[in-house]
Design a protein. Structure first.
Length: 1127
């Protein structure tokens, strides 16, 4: 939608008259790459495993979906990504049939960054497919229990939405497998299920802790009359509330943790938040209670966030308490000792699964992923393969390859590569922490990416040095002792685009530094509402104080200095203000009342200043913290905020708005991030489409375009970072007016420059075992995007490739380059799963003149014409010479496709390898180490001609030298000349071994004809044939080496032309610079040996084969071909 209000100024740019939404099917193959990292994983809120096969385990990420391991946590794969909401609160496996899995969406840990759900889901095939089973309005489901005696009976413990009051809370029950639900326990609209447990000996006996709690944008309250402990013995028909009369503390409760013993079901523990928090125990199933301890060092200090306890299934006195660390009691809860420190296992724990028959096995979920113990908590390992990081911001530098920066919820601030000139995927150890704490915005210094600025909670700001690891804190200080600075949990930071040493930082004021943060000047008054009733954070928490700066309010959230006017700065607050200065901070104007429909207390998390017009800006707002308002708000002004246009609402996208970016090269191309995914518009916001290619419906918190490479970097709150490579095709779509321009069978889009980069072996681990996570690297070479008009039906469609990494090397490791593998069906970009479909290299006759004219027409007979369902891409140099030909079987149900050329020429086949069925097919190389493929092309411009189903189109790609090393054109040309000499000899020897192979085939056929015959002439023919075959073997071994007669490992001991060719190729291809005398001599030796071998083969055909053929010719049926001498 694009709502134009009556007072919108005429000055807004004119939009396309008839906007067309971008069909997601058209871009379905342009998949975003998940680059991780998984080094810090992310918040895991739920874990369940299969008791009969505990290697099968499910982990639910707070906002990152469901992950499944089938090998005990060694590797993981996402199994919930096709759903419209991937915020997870609970998981339950039906143990009587482990193929049945239940998932409740919406996490049950209501911190300030809580994510909501949209109901309960069920899988009957182990997570391959899912069906939503209702409870859509419950929003946050904290616990699911399945009746082991009747699995159609399921209980859902609904905690509800912390920022609003609603009736869909409490305990819900189904007795028909989720078809219908009945609410069986409810106290009030502020209260939900904080915990729910089931008696292992009696599934009708449930104990539920109801919890009254409420969040606002500026405080949190735990406790109230809606809280309480309830017991049922009839599956929820009737409930009894337990109070101080039964041994529990008097007064209101807050959150309660509950655990029941499997070895002694009457033993129940309760961790109670009250006026005085304490641990309580019952020995009669929850009827009466005894206080065990109130010791502050024992009772958890943040019950709203972690208040869970568990009992060892074999020992009713062994109790686990998970909070910042993991602690265990051996005396029934009286005393505890830490068994997993915050240095050993990530802090802040939310889930624990203990095998009921083998309590040595423990799976733990925390703010840093999954931890596993196999010795009852004495030692722990980390699950490396779950990239569930919750990024608040992302930014990029201009290095090559460029780096991505960002800060995460409870996981610090990090820097790492968007892609790497390294074989394989992006490893966890590629990433570097630049600042600890909760991480937020990170901005690299524009003059030197070694340095930059990073933040942590409480407004802490530091200038870091990536090389030394030193951080210097540079947080602004108050102007006087009577003023207290208020910094948001996620404070505002911005670099000055007009002064590379200057930056802005926001409290309730705007602070500006011109010396990289060493000193600060306050350039604004208080820009917030400055409401004292919203600044009582020292009282926040309710029954238990929780003062962490998470509820700091009346603060700045975003600062946006104009790129076009150094005096223009925009500012947004957490209480609905949109402020503007046009004189460098001397005066400010509050524009909040001019934004139509903007709620009064909405948060303004982002303002983007336009790079196209100085008075233009985009404002992102959301209001979900002020009740049940999940509408998206994004506004645009073109006249310094005097008038505004709302760019989208709930009819256009799903989820409240979190971020926005306008493409820096094409203003019609816009992106928005919401609580439920990434959205794109190619008509300046008139219409919107969810970008599903490679992207689940994860919260998208921040977006930035790396301008040099035209990549969209996507910071998610639950799935770490994605990169959508090369936006140029989408820019062309937007610029041309949309999909109407693609009403032709084939269209080729100009690709990004390609670099002849040398890819090194990765550092770190020598072997890549399945537990080593690898993010998706960018494919090597030139990535061509082309468009095929979608068909209603096709005869050959490649299967879709999973978009998210599974955490094991087989799913993320780079596939071999086309010129280095003998396969004709190898994807050229296995690292970026789903980026390209099946690709092969094919040959074609060299063109006579213009490159485009050489593409085969659809009429007549031509062996090189592409099949109807095959795309052919021919690569030509500027002289019109055919350099390479690629074939690809496309997904013809999708429009835009990608194919990768690895920047090598057509290479000769290795001597001794089988000839391709198609005599014109291009070699894929082979020959083991250093063997086979064609040489890299020289830097320059290359034409790419795409042909498919009678249509064709062309474009150009610029090939650049390796940016990391000085380019020596003379040296590169000299080395290419040597490689061409090597290739020439290799082609000659390949032809020779092909002729020898033909001779062997013919003589085998001849012997077959005379197998059943006898006689003197036949015996003589057999003898002469055997002599010829012995000579064929000798000639073949002279070229490629002797075949090992015995089993075992080894290489031919004789000096062969092939061995010398491989050695020469290794030397010539191995380093830059002018060729050395050694390299030249090696090539000369290879040529010398090649000539000698070729003369020997020609001599064989001249002096032995021809006479033998003449001898056999008079026989009834000759099968011996006339094989000419090679040249």
């Amino acid at each position: 939608m694009y709502k134009l209000y009556l007072f919108v100024a005429v000055g807004l740019s004119v939009l396309t008259a008839q906007a067309q939404p971008l069909n997601s099917a058209v871009t379905g193959q342009l998949k975003a790459r998940s680059i991780g990292p998984a080094v810090m994983s992310g918040r895991i809120t739920a874990i369940d495993a299969v008791v009969s096969n505990p290697d099968v385990v499910y982990a639910g990420a707070a906002s990152g979906g469901v992950w499944k391991s089938e090998n005990g946590g060694t590797s993981w794969k996402p199994v919930f990504d096709d759903q419209s909401n991937i915020n997870i609160g609970s998981i339950a496996v039906q143990q009587s049939n482990p193929s049945v899995v239940w998932v409740g969406t919406g996490e049950g840990n209501p911190r300030n960054s809580v994510n909501m759900g949209n109901g309960i889901y069920k899988s009957i095939d182990g997570g391959r497919t899912w069906q939503r089973m209702g409870l859509e309005k419950t929003l946050n489901i904290h616990r699911i229990l399945i009746d082991p005696t009747n699995p159609n009976t399921v209980y859902a413990g609904v905690i509800g939405y912390p920022f609003g009051e609603h009736p869909e809370r409490g305990v819900f029950k189904t007795t028909d497998g989720g078809v219908t639900w009945q609410r069986v326990l409810f106290t009030n609209e502020k209260s939900g299920v904080g915990e729910m447990i089931m008696d292992p000996s009696n599934p009708q006996h449930l104990i539920v802790a109801m919890w009254q709690h409420r969040r606002t944008s500026h405080d949190f309250t735990s406790g109230g009359p809606g809280s309480g402990l309830y017991v049922t013995y009839d599956g929820g028909k009737t409930w009894a509330k337990k109070t101080d009369k039964h041994g529990l503390p008097a007064g209101d409760f807050g959150r309660l943790g509950l655990a029941i013993s499997r070895s002694m079901p009457g033993r129940v523990y309760a961790l109670v938040e009250a006026q005085k928090n304490g641990m309580y125990r019952s020995d009669d199933g929850g009827e009466t209670w005894t206080k065990v301890t109130e010791e502050a060092g024992v009772v958890t200090n943040r019950p709203f966030y972690f208040n869970e306890i568990y009992v060892d299934p074999k020992n009713e006195n062994r109790v686990y308490m998970i909070y910042q660390p993991i602690a265990v009691s051996e005396d029934g809860g009286k005393t505890f000792k830490t068994i997993a420190t915050t240095e050993q296992v990530h802090a802040d724990h939310h889930a624990l699964w203990i095998h009921p028959d083998n309590p040595n096995l423990i799976y733990n979920g925390n703010d840093g992923g999954v931890a596993i113990s196999r010795d009852r908590g004495r030692t722990w390992s980390f699950a490396h393969g779950i990239p569930a990081g919750q990024y608040y911001h992302v930014s990029v530098d201009n290095e090559q390859p460029y780096n991505v920066y960002g800060g995460l919820q409870d996981n610090g601030s990090w820097a790492g590569p968007a892609y790497s000139y390294t074989e394989g995927g992006l490893k966890n150890y590629f990433w570097q922490v630049v600042l600890y704490g909760d991480g937020f915005d990170v901005q690299p210094d524009p003059t030197d990416a070694r340095y930059g600025y990073a933040m942590s909670q409480g407004g802490n700001l530091a200038r870091y040095d990536r090389q030394t690891g030193r951080s210097v804190f540079s947080k602004p200080i108050a102007p006087d002792l009577n003023t207290k600075l208020r910094f948001n949990w996620n404070a505002a930071l911005a670099l000055d685009p007009h002064d590379k040493a200057a930056l802005y930082y926001g409290s309730q004021f705007v602070h500006r530094s011109t010396d990289r943060g060493m000193t600060w000047e306050t350039i604004s008054p208080d820009l917030t509402r400055n409401d004292p009733t919203q600044q009582r954070q020292d009282q926040s928490g309710g029954l238990t104080l929780d003062i962490t700066s998470a509820e700091n309010h009346n603060t700045l959230l975003t600062l946006a200095p104009s790129l076009l006017d150094k005096n223009v700065v925009w500012a947004g607050t957490d209480d609905g203000n949109v402020q503007l200065t046009r004189d460098g901070g001397k005066t400010w104007t509050n524009l909040r009342d001019r934004l139509p429909g903007l709620p009064a207390q909405a948060w303004i998390p982002q303002i983007t200043a336009s790079r196209y017009k100085v008075g233009e800006a985009f404002v992102v707002a959301n209001n979900y913290r002020n009740g049940l308002d999940f509408a998206p708000y994004i506004y645009r002004t073109a006249d310094y905020g005097q008038t505004w246009t709302r760019l989208l609402d709930a009819d256009d996208v799903r989820g409240y708005a979190l971020c926005f970016v306008q493409d820096p090269a094409e203003p019609r191309l816009c992106w928005a991030g919401t609580e439920h995914g990434l959205w794109v518009s190619i008509d300046e916001g008139q219409t919107w489409t969810q970008w599903k290619a490679g992207m689940p419906s994860v919260p998208v918190m921040d977006l930035v375009v790396q301008e040099r490479e035209a990549d969209l970097v996507i910071g998610t709150f639950g799935r770490a970072i994605y990169v959508l490579d090369d936006l140029r095709p989408l820019r062309q779509l937007a610029r041309a007016g949309g999909l109407g321009t693609l009403d032709k069978p084939v269209a080729a889009f100009a690709p990004a420059d390609a670099f002849l980069a040398n890819y090194r072996n990765p550092v770190g681990y020598m072997n890549e075992t399945d537990d080593i996570y690898q993010g998706q690297n960018r494919p090597q070479g030139a990535i061509l995007t082309y468009y095929l008009k979608p068909k209603a039906s096709v005869t050959s469609v490649m299967p879709a490739v999973a978009s998210a990494p599974t955490g094991n090397r087989r799913g993320n490791r780079a596939a071999p380059k086309p010129a280095e593998t003998p396969s004709t069906n190898t994807p050229t970009a296995g690292v970026a799963a789903g980026t390209v479909t099946k690709t092969t290299d094919e040959g074609a006759p060299a063109p006579l003149a213009d490159a485009a004219s050489s593409v085969a027409s659809t009429s007549g007979t031509n062996a090189n014409r592409p099949k109807a369902d095959t795309v052919m891409v021919r690569v030509y140099d500027d002289a019109g010479k055919l350099v390479r030909t690629l074939r690809q079987l496309p997904d013809t149900t999708m429009g835009m496709q990608r194919i990768t050329w690895n920047l090598t020429e057509r290479g000769p086949r290795t001597p001794g390898t089988p000839k391709p069925r198609n005599p014109d097919a291009e070699s894929s190389g082979g020959g083991g180490f250093f063997g086979g493929g064609g040489a890299s092309v020289l830097p320059g411009r290359y034409k790419l001609v795409v042909a498919y189903a009678g249509g064709r189109d062309s474009t150009y790609v610029q090939v650049q030298p390796d940016p990391r090393v000085p380019y020596q054109a003379e040296a590169v040309a000299a080395r290419k000349t040597l490689l061409e000499r090597i290739n020439k000899v290799q082609a000659q020897l390949t032809d020779a071994t092909d002729r020898l192979a033909d001779a062997q085939t013919d003589t085998d056929l001849l012997l077959g004809q005379y197998k059943e015959r006898t006689g003197k002439d036949v015996d003589a023919l057999r003898k002469s044939t055997k002599t010829v075959q012995d000579s064929i073997k000798v000639q073949r071994e002279r070229i490629i080496g002797k075949r090992m007669e015995k089993q075992g490992y080894g290489r031919p001991s004789n000096l062969t032309p092939l061995a010398k060719l491989l050695e020469a190729r290794q030397y010539v291809s191995g380093r830059p610079g002018m060729p050395t005398a050694t390299e030249t001599r090696l090539v000369e030796q290879a040529e010398q040996l090649g000539r000698a071998a070729l003369e020997q083969v020609n001599g064989f055909f001249r002096t032995q084969w021809t006479p033998f053929r003449q001898q056999a010719e008079p026989k009834p049926q000759s099968v011996l071909r006339e094989l000419a001498e090679g040249k």
